[in-house]
Design a protein around this ligand. Structure first.
Ligand code: AMP
Length: 359
């Protein structure tokens, strides 16, 4: 680990070239830091704003090693980067966040065991490897429940609701019989997330908790401040800090939680990276989640996470992008477009953040 902060002019490497890498690159450039993007698609949105690029598969060890050899630090914009790629990169450069954050976040079972092991509440769950194990788990856990694949689930993908034990066979078939976690559905008032950033020396800062609304399993709207009591804000930060610390995390981490009617919090999952529910920080904070991630991995002092405005962030999904002219003309609205050429249904094409005076 380099002992001194990476000076301006340094280059950081980012595995993944989507909108998160794109916004990381923009934030890095404001600090005089260059980015080198490694992505598996030729039309990666981050390429347009980066200094250098490689198009390659994440399991191409030679290409990943060559990329890592040209940068001071490697980071990732998505959590499902193959462990092998991180290992290969770590031979040539420092990889931050550290591999443990990815290993835990990539596997829903490891993630739940890890969070529950810290004494933090999660939904009642059971590991399921076979149809018989699913049937047995259905007798123990309260229904309705969700059967979630252990790996490669995101935006509501890889999960199937189950309302009745008689649906065991069809549900198992729907997830193609892969290792999974059965978890009881939590009755919640609202979904909340907390974005935290942890520096190389262990210092930690938090953004204000965010209230999130999902549609079809995809984040639609994030709102700050979240309509939660001050005690829940304190608890949400305590939980985020405990998870980041136990992982030895460096960089931004996003913790997604459910707030129940009594104000108590249940952790759903965490992402060891910058997160869609933190996009509002670009416009409503002095230092965004993207800049703070860059600062953390470069060993810089962390920036101010304070919020100067209230904010509502709305994702532009699929054909929503067609409204860009109207949105650009709207007062009090900041428009962010990701430069993706094809507006497929469900694809995140951009977002808008609407600011109002801090309440
Ligand atoms: P995930 O893929 O785990 O992020 O889940 C996507 C969305 O499904 C969450 O944001 C929730 O809206 C919903 N969800 C996931 N797990 C649960 C649960 N245990 N109880 C209720 N809703 C859930």
């Amino acid at each position: 680990m380099p002992k001194t902060p990476l000076p301006p002019g340094s280059t950081i490497g980012i595995l993944g070239g989507g909108q998160l890498a794109r916004m990381l690159s923009v934030a890095a450039s404001r600090l005089g830091i260059k980015t080198y993007i490694y992505a598996d698609e030729a039309a990666a949105p981050a390429f347009a704003v980066a200094s250098d690029r490689t198009v390659g598969a994440y399991d191409d060890e030679q290409a990943v090693a060559a990329f890592a050899g040209k940068v001071a630090v490697v980071t990732c914009e998505f959590e499902n980067v193959p462990a092998k790629a991180l290992e290969v990169a770590a031979r040539a450069a420092q990889v931050l966040p550290p591999a443990k954050s990815f290993a835990v976040a990539q596997d829903r079972l490891a993630e739940k065991d890890f969070v529950a092991g810290l004494g933090i509440p999660v939904a009642p769950y059971a590991a399921v490897e076979t149809l018989d194990e699913l049937r047995a788990a259905l007798t123990r856990l309260k229904l309705p429940a969700l059967l979630k694949t252990r790996r490669l689930g995101y935006d509501g993908k890889g999960q199937v609701p189950i309302r009745d034990a008689g649906e065991a066979g069809s549900t198992w078939h729907a997830i193609h019989g892969v290792p999974a976690v059965l978890e009881s559905m939590v009755r919640f008032e609202r979904e909340v997330s907390v974005i935290a950033v942890r520096g190389r020396g262990g210092e930690i800062r938090f953004y204000d908790p965010v209230e999130n609304v999902h549609q079809d399993g995809i984040l639609a709207i994030s709102r700050v401040p979240a309509a939660i009591p001050p005690s829940s804000t304190v608890e949400a930060r305590r939980i985020a800090g405990a998870i980041a610390e136990a992982l030895g995390h460096v960089g931004v981490i996003a913790i997604e939680m459910f707030e129940r009617e009594d104000g108590s919090l249940v952790i759903n999952e965490f992402a060891p990276r910058v997160h869609n529910s933190g996009h509002w920080t670009i416009d409503a904070c002095l230092v965004s989640q993207f800049e703070n991630h860059v600062r953390a991995i470069c060993g810089w002092p962390l920036g101010d996470t304070g919020r100067h405005s209230d904010a509502v962030m709305t994702n532009l999904i699929g054909a929503d992008i067609d409204k860009w002219r109207e949105l650009a003309a709207e007062p009090g609205t900041s428009v962010h477009l990701y430069g993706k050429t094809e507006a497929r249904p469900g694809r995140k094409m951009g977002h808008v953040t609407r600011l109002s005076p801090k309440s």
